[in-house]
Design a protein. Sequence first.
Lengths: 145, 149
Amino acid sequence: MERIALALSIVALGVSVAAVAGRGGAPPEAVPPRPAATLTLSMVVATFSGQGVAAHRWYPTMLVVRRGDTVDLAVGNPDRYAHALELTGYNLRTGRLPPGASRSLRFVADQPGVFLFRCALPHNPATGDCTPDHDLMRGYLLVTE
Amino acid sequence: MNKAVAWTATAVSVAAIAVGLLALRPADRRPSAAVAIDLEMLITGQGGIGGPATSHLYDPQMLVARRGDTVRLRVLNQSLFSHAIEIVGLNARTKVLAGGEADEVTFTADRPGIFEYRCILPYDPAAGTCAPDHDQMIGHLVVLDAPPR
């Protein structure tokens, strides 16, 4: 009986050693993670025109933050039409921004990944909501790990 | 006898904890899955009203992707002149775009680094290709390295 127990113990010890070694020799983090920061950023609706094409875009198109950062994003709409910013994945919306309006979104970027932001106000000429290029008003938030 | 059972139980528990840690560890640092980024890029200009643009720019001026992400980029030329864009080092280029034309390029950001995108159509006023600020028509794609797996 004791012999079986000893054998089992040795096998178990072997499994533990294998498990620890089997971490793939992943090196310990050489650089300590940077402390989370609060980033004050701004975004506006920019308009571009030429060759008969009027384009409306969120500017800037790409936002990059690190996981854990707090983002204080001021969203402004200097356009003649109303727009609304929606950040998918984080479930954030400014609500309708009439011409000249601005609103702040504050959130902690706690999920890493790539998140689409877009205009949440469908094009409606009768109410002055958004523009025919509504679907192209898109950009991405990257939250790095 | 009791001692033997106790030893076995201890050893088995240690093994279980070690295996458990092994299983947890990679999940902790698993990078989020590769995605497709879908954007329209503008080649546009700034200048006096009614006249030709005096300077040209791209919107977005900077693209950021993670290694492995796919970028679907539709490029629209809003400028009066013809242009064509190449992402140097990633083998992605549009056809020659006359004013008002668009083209789509798709590429996978398969290696990390900073890649320039620029106009590849030299300035030629006779042919109406590009503009005097050709050399300044540059943007950058930043490909972030994936965290260790």
